[in-house]
Design a protein around this ligand. Structure first.
Ligand code: FAD
Ligand code: MLT
Ligand code: ZN
Length: 490
């Protein structure tokens, strides 16, 4: 695991005592609502899911996990922590990819898994109100039964919480169609460190009454308060979904295909995802599955359409495929013919993050880059890693491969370096190179995963000093003692 020897524990924060634990037990009551490694023995295995991140890269040393069951309990916990200078980390499904969801030292984890009720749904407007700890897939299944869809979808849907999604401002696979959470979230209930309950759980689509403070919690990564409930506008679920998987000979051609997809499929287009051959080769190596296309190509894209008429949409997608093949934009392509095929084509894309971790670890860079330049960075990074002699097929080399994939429709590249172990030499080749490169093309060093601890030191490549200064003012205003998710973000 990657530790941060350069960060020192902030000694303004108290060490947790038996007295503190007794107070929390008094609030939470239930034994299952607290994991207490302070006054009792708790095995490392039981604590690990809260201390270790999804990539097994960042590890904290928390000894106390609290699982409140209501907003009032969160309020009492945070007020007590603030009064007693106890640092905390809000945590949902712990699927975040920037080390933001696990402690750095001994911060208390406040986990939302017990706050898991669907509070309200209106099947005329599509407004859904949920507790922060509702799992994304659970909400989406609930909505499916009502003919609606959650406007966010991502590979970690089976374990991430909606509070975590909102705190991270996750983007995901269908942002192209439904837009970002900054637009879809209608209201938020949150708790500030001093225990104040921010009761902004509006169910209204339009609400121009003052500053839109809820936006600060969307993408706030738990640094100013804890989200306890979310109200969100959910679109009608499309009756028809069609998926195509295409291969192309160059990134230039993929861009042309994207342009054509917007022209020919515009109103039904719901995803346009990019995968390079390196990412697909790794998926194939790990899963040993049949590839979707006969031949192999340097680039692939997955196109999804969602509309109201299956036959009509399938015909449109079929015509599109014929057209881009006849113009030699696309070298080969396949259309899913049923639900099983749709799932297996999506697995080629959604399965990438899991497969990349197969060898031990992964360095992840989640970047917004102007489309024309988007793939150049992957080629340059691969060359740097090869030139440094770090990539090879045996255990002597830390790097397995350098791959690129992502949400092409949102100009969002995922540059990933699959490794056998985390190695400082690899990190030194990559950082700050990747961030400098991204800064030079006026990109963003974090498109959708956030800052956490991973990007904290690099925000300057994407934000001016003035902007960072304004952000620090907000942080100090809402969390003057700095107890919320310390050592991270800005
Ligand atoms: P956590 O990981 O627990 O927390 C994330 C951050 O939010 C942390 O800083 C935490 O402190 C804070 N937080 C959590 N809950 C709260 C709360 N209630 N109040 C305040 N702060 C809180 N991201 C994308 O944007 N797009 C993708 O396509 C995508 N795909 C993914 C695929 C996989 C396989 C994985 C593992 C991750 C993926 N992610 C993606 C990362 C993404 O950020 C998370 O999956 C998800 O949004 C985090 O939800 P979570 O409940 O796990 O939050
Ligand atoms: C994705 O798009 O698959 C996610 O953001 C996760 C990742 O970047 O690997
Ligand atoms: Zn992504």
């Amino acid at each position: 695991t990657d530790t941060y020897p350069e960060i020192k524990r902030d000694e303004r924060f108290s060490h947790i005592t038996a007295e503190h634990v007794a107070f929390f037990k008094g609030i939470l009551g239930k034994e299952s609502a607290i994991l207490d490694g302070v006054t009792a023995e708790v095995s490392g295995d039981d604590m690990e899911p809260y201390n270790m991140d999804w990539m097994r890269k960042y590890q904290g040393h928390c000894k106390l996990v609290l699982k409140p069951g209501s907003t009032e309990e969160v309020s009492k916990i945070l007020k007590y922590c603030n009064d007693n200078m106890l640092a905390v980390v809000p945590q949902g499904g712990n699927t975040g990819l920037v080390g933001g969801s696990v402690p750095v030292f001994d911060e208390i984890v406040i986990n939302t898994s017990r706050m898991n009720q669907i509070r309200f749904f209106d099947d005329v407007s599509g407004v859904l109100v949920v507790d922060a700890g509702v799992v994304l897939e659970v909400a989406d299944q609930f909505l499916a039964e009502k003919g609606y869809i959650f406007p966010l979808d991502l590979g970690a849907k089976g374990s991430c919480h909606i509070g975590g999604n909102v705190a991270a401002n996750a983007g995901g696979l269908r942002l192209l169609r439904y837009g970002s959470l900054h637009g879809n979230v209608l209201g938020i209930e949150a708790v500030l460190p001093d225990g104040t309950i921010v009761d902004d759980l509006s169910r209204l689509r339009k609400n121009n009454t003052g500053y839109d403070l809820k936006q600060l919690f969307i993408g706030g990564e738990g640094t100013i308060g804890m989200v306890t409930a979310v109200s969100i506008h959910c679109p009608q679920r499309s009756k028809a979904m069609n998926v195509a998987f295409l291969g192309a000979d160059s990134f230039e051609k993929i861009q042309q295909a994207f342009r054509e997809a917007k022209i020919q499929l515009g109103e039904i287009l719901s995803a346009f995802e990019l995968m390079d051959s390196y990412s697909q080769n790794l998926v194939h190596t790990v899963r040993q599955n049949k590839r979707p296309l006969e031949g192999e190509y340097p680039f692939y894209c997955l196109i999804e359409t969602s509309g109201s008429n299956s036959e009509h949409d399938a015909e449109k997608l079929g015509n599109f495929l014929e057209d881009v093949m006849s113009k030699e934009i696309i070298a080969d392509g396949v259309l899913a013919e049923n639900e099983t095929q749709i799932k297996s084509l999506w697995a080629q894309r959604e399965g990438i993050p899991e497969c990349l971790g197969h060898w031990g670890g992964v360095y992840k860079y989640d970047l917004s880059i102007p489309l024309g330049d988007l793939y150049k960075l992957v080629d340059e990074t691969r060359k740097r890693i090869e030139d440094a002699g770090l990539k090879g097929d045996t255990d002597d080399f830390p790097v397995v491969d350098v791959v690129g994939y992502g949400h092409m429709g949102d100009q969002n590249l995922h540059l990933n370096i699959a490794v056998r172990r985390y190695d400082k030499r690899v990190e030194e080749v990559l950082e700050p190179f990747v961030y400098e490169w991204t800064g030079k093309v006026n990109g963003s060093i974090s498109a959708e995963h956030g800052l956490g601890i991973a990007k904290k030191n690099y925000i300057g490549y994407s934000r001016s000093e003035t902007m960072v200064g304004l952000m620090k003012q907000i942080k100090n205003l809402y969390d003057p003692n700095g107890i919320m998710n310390p050592y991270k973000y800005i």
